[in-house]
Unconditional design. Structure first.
Length: 410
């Protein structure tokens, strides 16, 4: 029966509609699409529209609203990662219905996405670039332009949280003496250029990076030809300079890092003797201290790529004693030990970048021949990589990548 109570009745006493039913939310990034069933009893006049309102406390439905003439209706400008519910009202010429029952809880969330940054472009004569590309893990496709770094960088380290991506160090020219200490950051939800975050404790490039949702750790690297054993960390939510975390056991440059919510791995690269390394070390991200031996890659190589979800770490490609490789190794992050064969890249490659969602690992660009190809694997299932898409513009190598759902955040 149509609503006949209080303010929901028109002033002439005629009937407003019954409330909508079957209210079903589908959350997106900063929005929700609310489907519903219109009432059978529309009152004494046809329904002219519907109102959807959102609450974050199940009491005050003022967190967002929108109107429409049919289901579904999208409510925008919501806060990501904040749980909410929705109610729907029906309207006719004589008044507004009582509210529907509250929907099930939903949480707007930024989709799984990756930023791919810097590197050297083949068309630029191997000069570093400041380009940043955006990729969406949910579907195959090419990157789109996201913005620019504060300065051209190759060999920078990247990590971040669900909301912020950090890019640290790197080399701004193809010569010693151009190493950088600066750290850029991006708000990954919104395209735009980098902002200044702070500085590393020293200049360096070809460093590794790992971290959790709250802390980024930048590991090793090279300064004017010298391998450094420094590990720095920053608190991602707080701008400022890096603090000493500890030391690596084996000084290396040109390696990479990844990890889980608690444990960070870094490995591969070139050691003090300028030999390629198969050593992988680990840290407990929440506790400062020196890194510890974890195990070994299947072969010694530098310029590897690395990515992870919360349980499994992958190291791919690289330049070994026999030249470039297409090998993908994996480790179970919780268990110390040597690498196991995962599969192969599409082609032999070094100087590529890696990052991951909770399920998909991606590898971007690289050299042997320069390429803008991007490839993917399903981290939980061993097998060879498949084509994913392409970088924006010129082919690039010695680039970096980070995502909002890498292993440290999953």
């Amino acid at each position: 029966m149509a609503n006949r109570n209080g303010g929901f009745i028109g002033t002439d006493g005629l009937d407003a509609p019954d409330p909508p039913t079957a209210v079903t939310p589908t959350a997106g990034s900063e929005q929700v699409s609310v489907a519903f069933t219109a009432p059978t009893d529309v009152g004494t006049s046809a329904i002219t529209g519907f109102v959807v309102q959102v609450s974050t406390n199940d009491t005050d439905y003022s967190a967002g609203s929108n109107t429409g003439t049919s289901s579904p209706i999208v409510v925008s400008s919501l806060t990501n990662d904040t749980a909410a519910t929705a109610k729907v009202w029906a309207i006719n010429a004589y008044g507004t219905s009582a509210p529907s029952s509250a929907s099930a809880s939903f949480t707007p969330t930024l989709p799984s996405r990756a930023l791919v940054f810097g590197g050297t472009a083949q068309a630029g004569g191997d000069a570093p670039v400041n380009q940043v590309d955006l990729f969406d893990f949910s579907s195959l496709g090419n990157g789109t332009d996201f913005g620019d770094l504060s300065v051209e960088r190759k060999g920078a380290g990247g990590t971040g949280s669900t909301t912020r991506t950090l890019v640290a160090g790197g080399e701004s020219q193809n010569a010693d003496g151009y190493e950088l200490a600066s750290i850029d950051y991006f708000s990954i939800a919104s395209a735009g250029n980098a902002s200044d975050f702070g500085d590393l404790t020293d200049d360096r490039y070809f460093l590794a990076a790992t971290g959790s949702s709250t802390r980024s750790v930048f590991i090793g690297g090279e300064d004017s030809g010298n391998k450094v054993n420094v590990m720095d960390y920053v608190t991602i939510a707080s701008l400022g300079n890096a603090t000493d975390f500890g030391d690596v056991a084996v000084r290396c440059t040109q390696g990479q890092g990844c990890g889980s919510t608690t444990r960070g791995l870094h490995g591969g690269g070139k050691n003090l003797n300028n030999s390629t390394s198969d050593v992988v070390e680990y840290i407990t991200i929440a506790n400062t201290g020196n890194s510890t031996d974890f195990g070994n890659l299947s072969s010694a190589r530098r310029y590897v790529a690395a990515c992870s979800n919360s349980t499994r770490a992958l190291f791919a490609g690289g330049d070994g004693s026999g030249g470039d490789e297409n090998t993908i190794d994996y480790f179970t992050i919780a268990s110390l030990g040597n690498a196991t064969d995962f599969g192969n890249l599409i082609a032999v490659k070094n100087g590529l970048a890696g990052t991951a969602s909770s399920t998909i690992g991606c590898f971007f660009g690289g050299v042997s021949a320069y390429t803008n190809d991007c490839q993917k694997v399903t981290i939980g299932s061993t097998g060879n990589a498949a084509y994913f898409g392409e970088l924006v513009g010129n082919a690039r190598g010695y680039l970096g990548a980070a995502s909002n759902v890498h292993g440290g955040i999953s």
